[in-house]
Design a protein around this ligand. Structure first.
Ligand code: LLP
Length: 427
């Protein structure tokens, strides 16, 4: 008997309700797997960050990729938050949700000419430019439209964010941004660009960052460069400090930095800066506000391990299989049960479809309802229909009430657009 197996579920924090909505009743009504987001929790995060920024000329641009559901974007827009987009799809979603174009910034290393032209047409606030080729493309397309594009140079500060390698973006080996040397040349030459107003700096060093040091280092490098540019006679009207603030995925183990401390680092590193600040948090605003509700299909005693087989799978939440990410998993019922150890898996036919290995859990039986926690960012947004599993429903919760914000995908919707090869053509 392991020491933990004598404990009871009371030492395990079950969670019966979120935003005053009863989760068992919600799952009974809407089925599982189900992504649920607390709008109160999201508003609290926005409010906390906005309060920390008070006195600064700063605007939050939500990184849409973290959770692009229209209802979430609408909530952001209503709270005065803008959108950081990386595709024309995200642009269209943001506009559709009522985000004003002047509150949209466009990041990303592979913006196509069509995407740039589309964003110019609607008049977005700013392009975060990541290569010289992109800068020239922006000039060409802005000239063709007879408009002036506002641009920021995305700096790669060569800073280690101490996060998972797949979500680290600010080291020189990463594909993102350009060196300060290259950005210096852009500023020196930019007067030749008749239709690009290059007057901003941008930096984003990675995601799920749990310490202040990487932010401090990156911002110090940006600050040094901004001072150098101003001395050389250039104007830097905006500095975009990116996103990356980490959240708690593992209670008791992850200790995210507080918004006030993060903003303190920005204030300190950019002291004396009089332009506008842009922030692009994604995860911080929505991750902990979301859960994935799932039911136990069966408990399978394996050859070496005991498996808890859920009705959610890697197609609903990729983070554990893609980044070995930990997500706390807790029961919805607080009924006292002995603890045991499971490998918690989904039904997809891959060993990678594993949410947790050797996880201590209250004993479960088929039909039990569980919560996979902190799934509000990069959960539904990264979902797929792998194994022909329709996309799960999404629901927004608010003080005792719920609204379905994405209905469960029907089989017909999943196969829409596919057809037998009837019409054979030649190129
Ligand atoms: N700005 C830019 C330019 C970005 O590339 C990202 C995220 C953000 C802001 C927002 O970062 P956040 O505040 O959410 O850390 N799928 C991964 C995360 C990928 C992040 C990609 N870029 C995950 O599930 O951990």
């Amino acid at each position: 008997m392991t020491p933990t197996s004598v404990a009871t579920a009371h030492s395990f924090v079950a969670q019966a309700a979120i935003d005053d909505v009863d989760l068992a009743a919600l799952a009974a009504r809407l089925g599982t797997p189900l992504h649920a987001y607390s709008s109160s929790a999201i508003r609290q995060r926005i409010g906390g960050l906005q309060a920390a920024l008070s006195g600064l000329d700063a605007t939050i641009f939500f990184a849409v990729k973290a959770n692009p559901n229209l209802a979430i974007l609408q909530l952001m827009a209503n709270a005065g938050v803008g959108a950081d987009i990386v595709s024309v799809g995200e642009l269209r979603r943001s506009l559709h949700a009522g985000m004003p174009p002047e509150r949209i910034v466009f990041s990303g290393v592979g913006k196509s000419a069509d995407e740039i032209a589309g964003a110019l047409t609607v008049g977005i606030h700013r392009f975060n430019v990541e290569s010289h080729d992109e800068l020239l493309t922006l000039q060409r397309l802005a000239k063709a439209q007879g408009v002036t594009a506002r641009a920021a140079a995305r700096i790669n500060p060569d800073v280690d964010a101490h996060t998972h390698a797949k979500i680290s973006t600010g080291k020189s080996e990463n594909k993102f941004g350009v060196s300060i040397d290259e950005a210096r040349r852009w500023f020196a030459e930019h007067r030749q660009l008749s239709h690009v107003q290059l007057d901003g700096l941008h930096v984003h060093i990675g995601s799920q960052i749990l310490t202040l040091e990487p932010f401090r280092l990156a911002l110090q490098r940006v600050a040094e460069f901004w001072r150098e540019l101003e001395q050389a006679g250039h104007t830097v009207t905006s500095i975009d400090v990116g996103g990356g603030l980490g959240v708690c995925y593992r209670a008791g183990e992850d200790h995210p930095v507080a918004a006030a401390d993060y903003v303190g680092v920005i204030r300190e590193a950019l002291a004396g800066y009089r332009g506008r600040l842009l922030l692009e948090p994604g995860r911080y605003l929505v991750a902990e506000a979301g859960v994935l509700l799932t039911r136990v299909i069966r408990v399978k005693p394996g050859i070496e391990r005991q498996f808890l087989v859920l009705d959610a799978a890697m197609n609903d939440l990729q983070r554990p299989s893609l980044y070995d990410a930990w997500h706390d998993i807790v029961p919805v019922s607080d009924e006292s049960r002995p603890l045991t150890t499971y490998d918690i898996v989904g039904p997809v036919c891959e060993t990678g479809d594993t949410f947790a290995r050797n996880r201590v859990m209250p004993e479960c039986v088929a039909g039990d309802l569980l919560l996979i926690k902190a799934t509000g960012a990069y959960g539904a947004s990264m979902a797929s229909t792998y194994n022909s599993r329709p996309l799960a429903a999404e629901v927004l919760l608010n003080q005792g009430r719920y609204a379905v914000v994405r209905r469960r995908q029907h089989f017909e919707e999943m196969i829409a657009g596919e057809q037998p090869a009837r019409h054979w053509e030649t190129t």
